[in-house]
Design a binder for this molecule. Structure first.
Ligand code: GAL
Length: 656
């Protein structure tokens, strides 16, 4: 492979055949290689119960094929047609308060509904039989963003499936009682039939039950995915995937368990302007997606050219911004760049969503930006297939995210993702590219490992992290980590239970801060959100609180453990403080390459290396580099200057 693929979602159902022909001609002009069709095709393919009609899809696929465009074929099951939910209303999802979610939007189906599965799988069978060996078929696209809206369903079918899942997990009702701590508030179960999903209740619900319901719900949709893939694989040899949502506002699926079942990892990502630093979040999401892909190249399945339609303020992108965002994904391992969607819809809920081809047509800044992007992707095609250099890892867990943000917790102001983002943002600003890995990952290859706010951790993962340090690793753990086991049961004897020994500290009591409260640290740092009554056992104190509820108490500690070093951070540092601190944590490394606004990432493979510099800021930056700039097609002889808003991809002279 020596090209970066450019692709898009295409919804020809919304247009007439003369528009399809114009579309395909323009796709060629824009250099589109891969087109996702039939994502929301069900009501067109099966307009009435058992009546199938493939004529339109046949024509669209043939048209794409005749023009040399590959097809990323949706199975079409993401939204059931109205006749189906009319005939079988039990398919509809039910919210925690028992109210039904009606059709009229999308994804109105319960993941456990046997009727939905039967009907969806029948459609998949027909689509696979018809197109499974078509020469244009490059990839199967199962459903769409599984669990985007319907991940948690509380209907009776879901309740029954939850009970079966619990039986498989615990075997005996007594084991479940113990795992859920049901002696509390008179919740002991005598029989599986008494168990319900964590439906809306009068007071705080059982947190262990809620975490298990999350696990069940993620597994249930994965099981649904498996059902579709079995049908596809029996009829086609094309690779199969579905589009993940590794992004800040979606958290209901544990993608660590999903990833091994994908033939290639694909992610959807939209800049979220509700966040403090949307571009830093984009970098994090790309690194996490690469983690799911086990370091291999991955597909950006959706992003936008400009405004989305679902945020409170849907900002457009400035010229060059789409290119910068795209190259950030490529720098961090994406080899295919796809968009939602090809042609902006004239009707429907997404009519204000941007597209490659805007409402105003081709005489637009947006279209010219698309052509520029396409040329740039062509120019850097040789990067495809290489992998990303990273020497530091951040440990990330969906399961711990669910648990840490339970209904009753020490502070509602502490949110998991903020803490993870803070660590990633600081490393990125130092020019350190991180892998984002699961708590069970092999850490031995990393110079340093950061474990931010890992509230829930199992014994095996905790042991592995401890062994990493004993063997010479450098570890940073931040507050509210190692607190509970997989049952959400406190690890007794002092926090941070699972990491007490490796860190050489013992915490007696949490002392969270009001959201607007700041504490000063000896040595100059500023903390917020959290402090704790901490004593060192074997660790040395690096900084203490000068004020706040616990003056004189250690805030940052350092423990030599085996051949390695383990640091503990008991408060949330501001960005500057975190950057300064991380310089001490990550050993034997230069930090001259980073900045808040600039991505500096290297991809490597087959004896070649490529330096990506993406300048999201307004000021020019300079870096040492020698080689050839693939974007400008010019040599670089020692110093690379990248203007504000500019990008550079350098094929380096000698592999560093
Ligand atoms: C995704 C979805 C697309 C489209 C897009 C809009 O959630 O997969 O179908 O809705 O968002 O941003």
């Amino acid at each position: 492979m020596n090209s970066i693929i450019l692709g898009c979602d295409y919804n020809p159902e919304q247009w007439t055949p003369d528009v399809w022909r114009e579309d395909v001609a323009l796709m060629r002009e824009a250099g589109v290689d891969l087109v996702a069709v039939n994502i929301f095709g069900w009501s067109h393919l099966e307009p009435a119960d058992g009546r199938f009609s493939f004529d339109d899809l046949d024509e669209v696929i043939e048209l794409l094929h005749a023009n040399g465009i590959k097809v990323n074929l949706g199975t079409g099951t993401s939204s059931p047609p109205p006749w189906l939910t009319t005939l079988h209303p039990a398919i509809l999802p039910v919210a925690a308060d028992g109210t039904t979610r009606f059709p009229g939007g999308r994804q109105a189906w319960c993941p456990s509904s046997p009727v939905f599965r039967d009907r969806a799988y029948e459609l998949v069978r027909r689509v696979a039989e018809r197109y499974g060996n078509h020469p244009a078929l490059a990839l199967w696209h199962v459903s769409n963003e599984l669990g985007c809206h319907n991940a948690l369903c509380y209907c009776e079918a879901s309740a029954e499936a939850f009970r079966s899942w619990l039986r498989r997990r615990y075997g005996k009702i007594e084991t479940l009682n113990e795992a859920w701590g049901t002696s509390f508030w008179s919740q002991r179960y005598g029989d599986w039939a008494e168990i319900q999903p964590p439906r809306a209740a009068l007071s705080i619900r059982n947190p262990s039950q809620i975490v298990d319901f999350h696990r069940f719900s993620s597994d249930e949709l994965l099981d649904y995915y498996r059902g579709e893939t079995e049908i596809l694989r029996a009829r086609s040899s094309a690779p199969v995937t579905t589009n993940f949502m590794v992004t800040a506002h979606i958290r209901n699926l544990d993608y660590w368990s999903w990833a091994p079942e994908m033939d290639v990892i694909a992610n959807d990502h939209y800049l979220d302007h509700r966040l403090g630093d949307p571009v830093a979040e984009l970098s994090f999401a790309a690194d996490l997606t690469r983690g799911l892909a086990a370091g291999k190249p991955w597909i950006l399945m959706e992003q936008s050219t400009g405004a989305v339609n679902w945020q409170p303020y849907n900002l457009t992108k400035a010229p060059g911004e789409m290119l910068r965002n795209t190259l950030t994904h490529v720098a961090r391992g994406a080899d295919s760049i796809c968009f939602f969607q090809w042609r902006a819809s004239a009707q429907g809920a997404e009519k204000f969503h941007s597209a490659l081809l805007p409402h105003a047509g081709t005489d637009t800044v947006a279209w010219r930006e698309v052509l520029r992007l396409s040329q740039t992707l062509d120019a850097i095609g040789e990067v495809a297939g290489t992998t990303v250099d990273a020497d530091v890892a951040i440990v990330f867990s969906w399961e711990s995210w669910w648990a840490a943000e339970g209904e009753a917790r020490p502070s509602q102001a502490v949110t998991y993702l903020d803490q993870v983002h803070g660590a990633h943002r600081a490393l990125r600003a130092l020019g350190v590219t991180c892998d984002v890995v699961s708590p069970d990952a092999d850490l031995s290859q990393y110079r340093a490992v950061v474990v931010p706010c890992l509230y829930m951790v199992g014994d095996v993962a905790a042991e592995r992290i401890t062994e990493y340090v004993a063997a010479g690793g450098h570890l940073l753990v931040t507050f509210f980590s190692g607190i509970v086991d997989e049952r959400d049961r406190i690890r007794l004897g002092g926090y941070p239970g699972a990491f007490r020994d490796v860190l050489g500290v013992r915490v007696e009591e949490f002392a969270p801060l009001r959201p607007d409260h700041r504490v000063n640290l000896s040595g100059g740092g500023i903390g917020s959100l959290w402090t704790e009554r901490l004593r060192t056992t074997s660790a040395a104190t690096i900084a203490s609180y000068l004020d706040g509820p616990l003056p004189g108490t250690p805030a940052i500690t350092r423990n030599e453990f085996g051949d390695g070093v383990a640091w503990y951070l008991a408060t949330a540092l501001d960005d500057d403080g975190m950057q300064r601190f991380l310089r001490d944590v990550v050993p034997n490394r230069e930090f001259d390459l980073g900045s808040d606004d600039v991505e500096v990432v290297r991809r490597r493979g087959d004896g070649r290396s490529y330096l990506f510099v993406v300048n999201h800021g307004v000021n020019p930056v300079e870096y040492p580099a020698a080689g050839h700039n693939l974007i400008t097609n010019e040599p670089v002889g020692g110093t690379l200057r990248v203007e504000g808003g500019g990008v550079a991809v350098i094929r380096e002279e000698a592999t560093a």
